[in-house]
Design a protein around this ligand. Structure first.
Ligand SMILES: C[S@@+](CC[C@H](N)C(=O)[O-])C[C@H]1O[C@@H](n2cnc3c(N)ncnc32)[C@H](O)[C@@H]1O
Length: 256
């Protein structure tokens, strides 16, 4: 028997429950999945509906919401492309937020987390795992229909270009949202974390109406949450993305 709670869903996000306590904020998503728990999160019920705790220490999206991210979040019925799904910690919550009529196309390039993502998808009917490299959207283009949003958490030096290029390929009618969990430590030592964020914001602001970025410390050190809604008429096609920077290429070679 699961414990029961009484949640009031967030007004603008009906599958999200947010409880502000004096010492912390609790987030829960109404789940479309089946137990067991994905990463040790708690399960409960409210009004006969199953919920999972959405832990800010484990998910950058949860941390962003706890830290008052004011921009878009996945909503019921929407389709999202998720870049860097790993084994599905956050992707499972994005799928919860998208609900039974929404879809999450969850891309991951490393085999080990991808195999866990595959078994997660057996319990999350609206989560579609795709093995692929986010730098090569044409290789998985046939598997992803037009989507409402692109969520990127790939911790790469060229993470901004990758997110924007995928947005240009997959956002429905050149409209929709881009959310990016930015890891500044992956962006080189030629600039401070704040400078990296400012550069990322400038690049994204060419295409998006950006929401105020959120710093994810202390939940995720050196990470920021950026994003917004595509400005009409922008993202005309592929956003230019060069080859990965040298440092990244030598890492790729070591991985092979
Ligand atoms: C920080 S982890 C993602 C954590 C995950 N988003 C979560 O919150 O549950 C970054 C992931 O991005 C994946 N990744 C990195 N570069 C990628 C690329 N070019 N294409 C697809 N996945 C990539 C890595 O293999 C890794 O699993």
């Amino acid at each position: 028997m699961r414990p029961t709670r009484s949640f009031r869903p967030a007004p603008d996000s009906p599958r999200l429950a947010l409880l502000r306590r004096s010492d912390r904020t609790e987030l829960w998503t109404e789940t479309v999945g089946r137990e067991p728990s994905v990463y040790g999160e708690r399960w409960t019920e409210s009004d006969g509906r199953p919920y999972r705790s959405f832990e800010p220490t484990r998910s950058k999206l949860s941390a962003a919401i706890v830290k008052e991210w004011s921009g878009p979040v996945p909503a019921p019925g929407e389709a999202w492309l998720y870049l860097g799904a790993a084994s599905g910690t956050t992707a499972s919550h994005v799928a919860d937020l998208a609900g039974p009529t929404g879809r999450v196309y969850a891309l991951e390039r490393s085999l080990r987390p991808f195999s866990r993502l595959l078994s997660l998808a057996e319990r999350w009917p609206n989560l579609i795992p795709i093995l692929g490299d986010a730098r090569e959207p044409t290789t998985y283009g046939a598997l992803v229909p037009p989507v409402r949003g692109v969520y990127a958490d790939i911790a790469q030096a060229d993470q901004v270009e990758i997110a924007l290029t995928n947005a240009a390929h997959f956002l429905e009618g050149n409209d929709g949202c881009v959310l990016l969990a930015l890891k500044t430590a992956s962006m080189g030592r030629d600039a401070t974390a704040v400078q990296h964020v400012r550069r990322a914001e400038e690049e994204m602001a060419q295409f998006l109406d950006l929401e105020p970025s959120v710093r994810l410390d202390p939940f995720h050190r050196g990470h920021y949450f950026l994003g917004g809604t595509v400005r009409a008429g922008r993202l005309p096609g592929a956003v230019p993305t060069g080859p990965p920077p040298l440092r990244e290429r030598s890492r790729e070679r070591r991985r092979r």
